[in-house]
Ligand binder design. Structure first.
Ligand SMILES: C[S@@+](CC[C@H](N)C(=O)[O-])C[C@H]1O[C@@H](n2cnc3c(N)ncnc32)[C@H](O)[C@@H]1O
Length: 553
């Protein structure tokens, strides 16, 4: 049976009658479907600091240039102008704040294709209103089941967005998803029915995210600019121009009653943690002592960690190269450097020449664990986009087969290896099948299997809103087939590294234990479950490592 995904929207019980959809007015569309987890690209920070929208208005600070994601996708860097204190502006409230304990989750299983998602507004491309609308269109796609990078790519194209506008849209979308639970809760308290169409709700959530940055961070725009531009964005879209007064009223009310509204909203776990309740319960159940830290880390922006290609330079030399470019960094692993201030990929010295790759410090543990020797036959079984393949080939002169089921993603492996000056046999095929195998056993196998990616939500804030609880079981089932099949391809005494970027034991430790029992695999030392950590010391994603050896013949 297909599991249905509830909406996130909180709706006050007291407003039930008033909040019922009017005849002919459907309830909010609900996201269905799942962006294939295995199709996700490598970690993406997003919200890494805004490419500020350039149109400068009174009270708005100067724009900054957009940054690109170090893996080739747009990524923005955090350089946030401070905002003025919110302006207290009298405005009609739509309805009094509901008490948070009067709220409940509104479930909706209806899918409605939002109309005119691709409508290109007649707004200046460098206006915040344009970026807000683009972010809202992307978020509406995520609500309908798309992964955020794909949603953004579609909007960039439809809006014919400039690099600067892309940066701003991306920044706003990432911010919004990191605090969607909070914004949705606030919206539920301030409106008596779900704003329709969903893109209007997304626009309001995006504006609220800009008005209400996470504790300790500055607002990226002046509050009055956000309100003005959000109203302008609403007015520019034919599907909800009629709601521009409502947008104005909601946002001004938030500014006027912020303290009280937030106090009430934050009684809800959804608003407090910005994860669906099932996710909060799952983390709490699996990690009773650390669950709050884990959830909090998932809402922080990740650092930019590089892996030095030691075939082309040394860590010391590359640190000197960075220093000469005025960039501070420190070594956080044998080949890992963390930049003090994240930059876009175009600003990383020597990136195009293959001196470095972008790779989380936790992910850089894989290649050393494989205990590679020159001449070995090595399989990277779920290889795209090739982060670990590159590291394997930088470590030793091995014969690497880089396998992935997704031919499009395999092209990224080829591009990455070419940039690094490395070579592998790149093969398209399913790791749970044998058709792609030439029958010769491998000395080492890396199985970085598809999973829920629950350990990398700080880079992919859309994951928590797209996943369903049942995904874990489905992915764990596929992963066990992959592991059992690949094990047959390992030579006696060979080593087998099982990796996931999941926090769920069903996908990681329980999977590893069941695999070892089924196959008589000897378990060697490996980190096991690495919980996501952020801070001045250790800083890495949530990954799982289990290392096995096949008993000799
Ligand atoms: C976690 S990602 C791998 C990341 C990669 N190892 C790296 O370090 O860059 C999982 C990969 O598994 C691939 N995949 C999913 N199902 C697969 C299958 N049945 N067989 C082989 N690859 C699969 C996905 O296309 C995706 O590229």
């Amino acid at each position: 049976m297909t599991e249905k995904r509830p909406t996130l929207t909180l709706k006050p019980k007291t407003a039930k009658a008033a909040g019922a959809a009017r005849p002919g007015q459907p309830r909010r569309a609900q996201g269905q479907g799942l962006g294939r987890p295995e199709q996700r690209g490598p970690a993406q920070g997003g919200q890494g600091g805004a490419a500020r929208v350039v149109e400068q208005r009174a009270g708005q600070r100067p724009a900054q240039a957009p940054a690109r994601d170090p893996r080739g996708q747009d990524r923005e860097q955090e350089r946030q102008p401070r905002s003025r204190p919110p302006q207290a502006e009298p405005q009609d409230a739509l309805r009094p704040a509901a008490r948070a304990d009067e709220t409940r989750l509104r479930h909706s299983h209806e899918v409605k294709n939002p109309v005119q998602l691709d409508y290109r507004p007649h707004l200046k491309p460098d206006a915040l209103a344009f970026a807000l609308l683009g972010a809202a269109a992307s978020l509406a796609r995520v609500r309908a089941g798309s992964a955020l990078p794909q949603a953004l790519a579609e909007v960039f194209q439809a809006y014919d967005a400039t690099p600067q506008a892309r940066g701003a849209m991306q920044d706003i979308a990432y911010r919004t998803l990191r605090q969607l639970g909070r914004s949705e809760t606030l919206l539920g308290m301030m409106t008596n029915k779900a704003p329709e169409p969903p893109m209007l709700a997304s626009l309001l959530c995006a504006a609220l995210a800009l008005l209400d940055p996470p504790e300790g961070s500055d607002a990226p725009y002046e509050a009055f600019t956000v309100v003005d531009q959000a109203v302008g964005a609403a007015a520019a879209h034919p599907d909800f121009a009629h709601a521009k007064a409502m947008v104005n009223a909601v946002l001004r009310r938030f500014l006027r009653e912020r303290a009280q509204l937030l106090q009430e909203a934050l009684r809800e776990p959804l608003a407090q943690w910005n994860y669906p309740q099932w996710w909060i319960d799952a983390v709490r159940g699996a990690y009773p002592a650390q669950w709050q830290d884990i959830l909090a880390v998932g809402n922080r922006q990740p650092p930019l960690t590089l892996r030095v290609n030691r075939r082309r330079t040394s860590v010391e030399d590359y640190l000197a190269t960075l220093a000469a470019a005025g960039m501070q960094a420190r070594q956080v692993g044998p080949a890992a450097l963390r930049l003090a201030v994240p930059v876009n990929v175009g600003q990383i010295p020597g990136f195009d020449q293959g001196l470095v790759s972008v790779q989380d410090a936790g992910a850089q543990l894989a290649a050393p664990l494989l205990d590679l020797q020159d001449g070995m036959r090595v399989l990277d079984a779920c290889a795209a986009p090739g982060g670990k393949s590159g590291h394997i080939l930088e470590t030793a002169d091995v014969h690497l087969t880089a396998l992935d089921v997704d031919a499009r993603r395999l092209a990224r492996v080829e591009q990455n290896l070419e940039r690094l000056g490395l070579r592998a046999r790149v093969a398209a095929g399913a790791a749970e099948e044998r058709g792609w195998w030439d029958g010769q056993a491998f000395d080492r196998i890396l199985a970085d299997v598809p999973c829920t990616a629950s350990g990398i939500v700080r880079r992919h804030p859309d994951i928590r809103w797209l996943r369903r609880k049942s995904d874990t079981h489905q992915l764990a089932t596929l992963s066990s087939k992959i592991l059992d099949n690949l094990w047959q391809m390992l030579r006696p005494d060979g080593k087998f590294l099982f990796v996931t970027c999941s926090l769920w034991p069903q996908e990681s430790e329980a999977q590893a234990a069941a695999f070892a029992a089924r196959n008589g695999a000897v378990r060697l030392d490996a980190p096991g479950q690495l919980l996501p950590t952020s801070g001045a010391g250790q800083d890495h994603d949530g990954l799982f490592y289990a290392l096995f050896q096949k008993v000799g013949a």
